[in-house]
Design a protein around this ligand. Structure first.
Ligand code: GRF
Length: 194
């Protein structure tokens, strides 16, 4: 059974999709820990409701980011994850973290490869559509080998159409629905030693 540690920063709807898929047997995996860098992340509540160890590790402003990343890696390593899933995790991780989990850190990003890396990707796609620059956007799940932002080897991707009567909210809703399904399906496709 795949052991997953999920890192979050906010609502945790993608974490919820993983928890649900594990609970209903769709995904042969177990979320062994949820870690948030934000104490008020609702995803922590989602984890606790599913009896999953949930903890907060905020980064003190004065702390060196590589020290924080190394400490975070130690915390995550204790749970012996097969994969570390970044599901709405809003910090860039340095090699001080990533080198501890080679080929095992997976990120979900609400845009297609090489289109809108970084934050507010959905909003930026929506604006580009309004300017007539794009006709669709999408979602991708990719490995995180280095500090590149949303630029690692793509595992899966899916196009998400944008309709002319879309609002930012209707597009966000459509994208999040695709994310939840794509993330679970991608994890189903991953093989581990077991
Ligand atoms: C998702 O769109 C995720 O891809 C992006 O931030 C959002 C977080 O959603 N990184 P949630 O916290 O999983 O609901």
């Amino acid at each position: 059974m795949k052991r997953l540690v999920v890192l979050i920063s906010g609502n945790g709807s993608n974490l919820q999709a993983i928890l649900d898929a594990c609970a209903n047997g769709e995904l042969n995996a177990r979320v062994v820990a949820v870690i948030s860098n934000k104490a008020d992340a609702f995803g922590l509540t989602r984890a606790r409701r599913a009896n999953v160890p949930a903890m907060v590790k905020t980064k003190p402003r004065a702390q060196d980011r590589r020290v924080y990343d190394a400490e975070l890696a130690e915390l995550v390593a204790q749970f012996e994850p097969d994969f570390v899933i970044l599901a709405g995790w809003m910090r860039i991780l340095s090699s001080a973290f990533l080198d501890k989990f080679p080929n095992r850190v997976i990120n979900l990003h609400p845009a297609l490869p090489d289109t809108f890396p970084g934050t507010h990707a959905i909003e930026r796609a929506f604006d580009a559509f309004q300017r007539g620059e794009i006709s669709h956007t999408g979602v991708m799940v990719h490995l995180v080998p280095d500090e590149g932002v949303d630029s690692g080897p793509v595992l899966t991707q899916e196009i998400v159409p944008i309709e002319k009567d879309d609002t930012l909210e209707s597009l966000e809703t459509r994208i999040h629905q695709v994310e939840h399904r794509l993330l679970v399906n991608t994890l189903k496709g991953l093989e581990t030693g077991d």
